[in-house]
Design a protein around this ligand. Structure first.
Ligand code: 13P
Length: 298
């Protein structure tokens, strides 16, 4: 069933867990996300990033993901990720998205508040949930996945716990994306997450659900620590597409090694990618459950 961003995050809150929010720029990833949610019994968030418009335009992806969610036995939220234009958010809401992340983190604070509040008013009309970002991750989510590095290299600015309460009050957001050491893209070395910042934000915002962006490439131990500090949604993209890409290349290499003039068809890649996404998503969904029991009763 199609559920709102608010609803999945309150499920996460009640169970001290996080919901996997997977960016799904291909049918293989979408299929894997739906099936993992159905088979594990945990909710999932399928995201479309405005920056992925070139990879898979909203007009194609929206009818697919919303109708699959409506027909599914699992609780599935369809969220617009890193939206920078309110007109694009309007299109997604018209298409049936149940959540929007408005990203004004690149704007001066007052403008971030102003645009985020306008996004809140739009979401209210549709009963959709709103996520906004305070602080900055530095590198941005896009079609490329080779940004990243360390938070400092990416130019990240940690979320200011003192500002967080007022930002929530003035924007009307439902969940808050925080910058505390994760980056979008590939990590150079171990990610260093600042749990003190996270715990301080959580204390000041009276348990408003928090969101980890740049969630792929983080260790299972760090996921659990972040969940215990208040993370309720983990955005996951780069490492999932990296693993699927590596598996597809390996398959093609092996096919050509076995027979030098072997033809590698496009349809050879899709089942390999699907299998890889499935394994990756199943792993993170179970880790993010943080010991809580499956929530769907079949
Ligand atoms: P990664 O691509 O680093 O996993 O980040 C995903 C994300 O934060 C999408 O908003």
């Amino acid at each position: 069933m199609l559920v709102s961003l608010r609803d999945v995050c309150s499920i996460a809150e009640q169970n001290n867990m996080a919901i996997a929010a997977v960016n799904s720029a291909s049918l293989e990833a979408i299929r894997a996300a739906v099936e993992v949610a159905e088979e594990t019994g945990y909710p999932i968030i399928i995201q479309h990033a405005e920056g992925h418009e070139d990879l898979i335009p909203l007009k194609y992806v929206a009818p697919i993901v919303t109708s699959l969610a409506e027909r599914s036995s699992a609780q599935i939220c369809i969220n617009l990720d890193h939206c920078e234009h309110l007109a694009y958010a309007q299109r997604a809401l018209d298409e049936g998205f149940t959540g929007v992340m408005f990203d004004g983190s690149y704007l001066p604070y007052e403008q971030n508040v102003e645009y985020s509040y306008r996004a809140h008013q739009m979401c209210q009309e549709y009963g959709a949930g709103l996520e906004c970002e305070l602080g900055s991750m530095g590198s941005r989510e896009g079609g490329e996945s080779d940004e990243g590095g360390t938070a400092a290299e990416a130019g990240a600015i940690y979320t200011d716990p003192d500002q967080a309460g007022e930002f929530i009050r003035d924007t009307g957001l439902d969940i808050l994306a925080c910058s505390f050491g994760t980056v979008h893209g590939i990590y150079k070395g171990e990610p260093h997450l600042n749990y003190d910042v996270l715990r301080e934000i959580r204390k000041r915002v009276h348990n408003v659900p928090l969101v980890m962006h740049g969630g792929s490439g983080v260790s299972d131990e760090d996921y659990h620590k972040a969940i215990d500090a208040g993370i309720r949604k983990v955005n996951y993209y780069t490492y999932g597409v990296k693993y699927a890409g590596e598996a597809a290349c390996k398959m093609a290499d092996e096919k050509r090694a076995a027979k030098s003039d072997a033809i590698v068809y496009w349809h050879d890649f899709t089942p390999v990618a699907y299998e890889s996404f499935r394994n990756t998503f199943e792993h993170i969904v179970r880790v993010f459950a943080n010991g809580s029991k499956p929530l769907n009763v079949h």
